[in-house]
Ligand binder design. Structure first.
Ligand SMILES: Cc1ncc(C[n+]2csc(CCOP(=O)(O)OP(=O)(O)O)c2C)c(N)n1
Ligand SMILES: [Mg+2]
Length: 813
């Protein structure tokens, strides 16, 4: 928001206790409902028809999807919601959301005029890109829906520890859901997980227009949702008919009309909505012939009134919607199935092809006339409404949802991160090191340990979180004993559950893991308490949850994802568990700094740094960086991905001094520095350190100047280099990057052999930094079961392959 309004203090706004809505209030809200339909339609129209196009692309926007939710959103935002409630808005209703924010003074006209343009209001509500008050980003259908479940679990986690800001009530996590979103499997994964955790304070409001993008939704789905939600412990409330239809049903033969509508196939109903009054009349005359009450009704109503009556589904009857929402006072998760009409009030209402439909100029002209909007008054908040502006403004000023602003929190830093002790052992894997670092943290305690929360989709033990969990316990709102322990059955795991627990155990669903991390990682902003979330999973299954990971990063949630084991190094586990492309995901995923350390001291440095990095925010005290040199945008902070391994390596004996720490975090250092003008270097990343070291040793006999480059983060080396290069091109000649400095001692025609247990493209770019010739080794094809010597030989990342590549690199000089 460019004109930021003065902060508003939270007031104690009680939830409505009476379902009765007074007439004046209803009249005002009806006017605002009409305004939202106008503004959302106009915002899209303006973007498509009035803003000059420079590229010939259709701008788009969803007038029909927006219209479908106007009544429900009017009721929620202007009456039902409270500042502590958080909402995931159906992506395609973004224009309605922005219009609401505009009426509440939290969105400016300029942003609406630039809807879907650079810097304007976003096509789908975005926490990070929109300037108005978005709670949860949406866009990829189903994810915002699931987010509400996990946000509620986070709220419960904090409430159980009395860690919510003082005096704050528990909010409701509300999703406005397109009915086709319910086809997304992740929604059911979330439902199931929510059930296990006894989720509460969640509302899903389903915009049941029975249309998706392509088509009218199958009738066979009808009725399934009730059962499904009921099984999961939810209350299901169907908002099917509005007051007018209910009144018609109460008339003579009204029940026949109700039965007719109930039995009407979705596609026929949609088609009749599109065709309007005359078509309804023909159909009812044919189907309900012989019911005098219906005949009388048809005689009484002209075509327009008949059409209005039959479009009076529950989700468009403000009074019904308000009464229904107001009637809920408890915290039981509730699913409202609100019958709606896609595009109601617009010329393409009900048409099966209306998803991307836009009113043309003529249609808009008549829509505008019917809204009494004069030329030049299109953006006026109250133009064309019959009630006085002062009355409408007075109402908006009292809207309970708007009683507090801003609704996002900022929190203090959790200190004490940077210097974590390094676990000691002659040989260790990074996975074991991770487990020990966390177990030590759990034992030592302090504010940092208290802020950490871990979670894992059924791989808590196998990713080495067991030590942490044994000390810190599993979270559950109700204390539960560890039955095995009670029965004195010996086990290394102590699985006691309590409100104090700091581990959230999830079922196997990586989508849920990442949405859980998204919710935990926004806790500071949503719930005013900073958490340091760590999620663990097997590296290959990042791909299972990739859209949810992207979703978490897109909202700027802050978390650490620890993926282990990884690559073919997990050898006997076989090809289905061996990840090849995750290093490239780590490099390409925005908002995620990816590391793949080989040694445990590197890991300790990275985790320590990460705890701080997770909390950074531009302008946060202590994190001011010189924008002229912060090519890694470190002052902005972000999330962290650690790719670890179960392969035990001999650990270097060395002090972890400041310079080494800094280089580890920047992405790499010379484990064996090259002599100036060296003709060859081996650059390795991760668990292949042993082969790289051995190959390097072997080469030294012939090439004593050869270097051995340890790469801890290909992602950060690459990002800094790329940013520095762009800065030079745009006029900052002094810009430079760590990798350029690292490679500076090498002869201009030197060869570099890169090797990692992952796709070779992850490091092949090193050749472009200073024009060195690269031989890139890595894994390009599916693996299989085997031991490390066999697999490394097969995929050519063993010592012999590295030596062959060195020979080729020298030959190519
Ligand atoms: C994961 C994902 N897949 C596909 C799409 C493309 N898409 C956008 S809207 C939509 C259908 C929406 O139907 P519904 O949820 O019923 O919303 P309506 O517009 O009918 O209110 C699809 C398939 C998407 N946004 N996200
Ligand atoms: Mg739909």
């Amino acid at each position: 928001m460019s004109e930021s309004p003065a902060p508003i203090q939270s007031q104690d706004v009680a939830r409505p206790s009476s379902p009765v809505i007074d007439g004046e209030r209803l009249a005002v809200m009806r006017a605002l409902e009409r305004k939202l339909l106008w503004l959302s339609s106009w915002t899209i129209h303006n973007a498509n028809h009035l803003r000059p196009s420079r590229d010939g692309l259709k701008v788009g926007g969803h007038q029909a999807s927006s219209a479908s939710l106007v009544t429900l959103m009017t009721a929620l935002y202007f009456d039902i919601l409270r500042p502590e409630d958080r909402v995931a808005v159906k992506p395609h209703a973004s224009p309605v959301f922005h219009a609401i924010q505009y009426l509440l003074g939290r969105q400016n006209r300029d942003a609406l005029e630039r809807f879907r343009a650079f810097g304007g209001a976003q096509s789908y509500p975005s926490r990070t890109k929109d300037a108005d008050d978005v709670d949860f980003s949406t866009g990829s259908v189903g994810l915002g829906v699931a987010m509400t479940v996990f946000a509620s679990l986070v709220q419960d986690y904090l409430a159980a520890k009395a860690a919510l800001p003082e005096g704050e009530r528990l909010g409701r996590m509300v999703a406005l859901v397109g009915d086709a979103e319910l086809d997304e499997g992740n929604v059911y994964e979330a439902l199931l997980e929510g059930w296990k955790h006894d989720v509460r304070n969640v509302w899903w409001v389903i915009d049941y227009n029975r249309q998706s993008l392509d088509a009218v939704v199958s009738d066979r789905l009808f009725g399934q949702f009730d059962r499904l939600f009921d099984t999961m412990g939810w209350r299901v409330i169907t908002i099917k008919y509005g007051k007018k239809l209910e009144a018609a049903f109460a008339r003579p033969d009204g029940e026949a009309l109700r039965a007719w509508i109930d039995d009407c196939p979705n596609s026929l109903y949609s088609a009749l909505v599109f065709q309007g009054g005359a078509a309804w009349r023909r159909q009812l005359q044919a189907d309900l012939n012989g019911y005098p009450g219906i005949e009388a009704l048809l005689d009484e109503l002209d075509d327009a009134a008949l059409h209005e009556l039959l479009c009076n589904l529950g989700g468009h009857c403000l009074e019904t919607v308000l009464e229904t929402f107001r009637s809920i006072e408890d915290d039981k998760p509730t699913c409202f199935i609100a019958y709606t009409i896609k595009g109601l009030g617009l010329p393409f209402a009900g048409h099966k092809d209306n998803h991307a439909g836009l009113m043309n100029l003529e249609q808009m002209a008549s829509f505008k006339a019917s809204n009494d909007i004069a030329d030049g008054k299109e953006w006026e908040p109250f133009a064309g409404l019959s009630l006085p502006g002062e009355q409408l403004q007075a109402f908006l000023d009292q809207v309970p949802f708007a009683a507090k602003y801003p609704r996002r929190y900022s929190t203090d830093l959790v200190e004490g991160a940077e210097r974590l002790p390094v676990p000691e052992a002659a040989r260790m894997s990074t996975q074991e090191g991770f487990g020990r670092i966390l177990a030590d943290l759990a034992r030592d305690g302090g504010a940092l340990a208290d802020a950490v929360v871990t979670t894992s989709p059924d791989v808590t033990v196998s990713t080495n979180l067991g030590g942490w969990v044994n000390r810190r316990g599993i979270f559950d709102r109700r204390p539960r004993e560890d039955m095995f322990r009670e029965q004195k059955v010996v086990s290394a795991q102590r699985w006691g559950m309590s409100p104090e627990g700091q581990h959230l155990e999830l079922g196997i669903a990586e989508n849920n893991l990442f949405i859980m991390l998204a919710a935990l990682g926004l806790s500071h902003s949503l719930f005013g308490r900073r958490l340091l979330p760590i999620g663990t999973l097997y590296d290959p299954f990042i791909q299972r949850g990739l859209d949810a990971l992207n979703y978490a990063c897109y909202q700027d949630a802050r978390f650490m994802v620890v993926a282990t084991p990884s690559g073919i190094t997990l050898a006997p586990e076989g090809g289905a568990h061996q990840s090849l492309s995750t290093p490239l995901i780590g490099m390409a995923q925005d908002g995620l700094a990816a590391f793949e350390p080989a040694f445990v001291d590197e890991l300790a440095a990275i985790i320590g740094w990460s705890f701080d990095y997770l909390q950074r925010d531009e302008g946060h005290p202590g994190h001011d960086a010189d924008p002229g040199t912060d090519w890694l945008r470190d002052s902005k902070g972000g999330s962290v991905y650690l790719r670890l391994s179960t392969r035990s390596l001999a650990q270097p004996e060395r002090p972890l001094d400041e310079a080494l720490r800094r280089d580890i975090i920047r992405g790499g250092y010379w484990l064996r520095p090259p002599a100036p003008g060296a003709s060859l270097a081996i650059a390795y990343c991760g668990a292949v350190a042993e082969e790289a070291l051995a190959a390097h040793e072997a080469i030294l006999e012939d090439l004593p100047d050869a270097g051995l480059l340890a790469i801890t983060s290909a992602d950060r080396l690459n990002a800094e280099w790329s940013a520095a290069e762009q800065a030079r091109q745009s006029g900052t000649p002094r810009a430079g990057s760590h990798v350029e400095s690292l490679l500076a001692p090498m002869a201009p025609d030197a060869g570099i052999v890169t090797v990692l247990d992952g796709h070779p493209a992850s490091l092949a770019w090193l050749g472009a930094v200073r024009g060195h010739k690269v031989q890139a080794l890595g894994v390009e094809h599916f693996g299989q079961s085997g031991d490390i010597p066999d697999l490394f030989r097969h995929h050519r990342i063993d010592q012999d392959a590295i030596l062959d590549a060195c020979a080729a690199a020298l030959l190519a000089r």
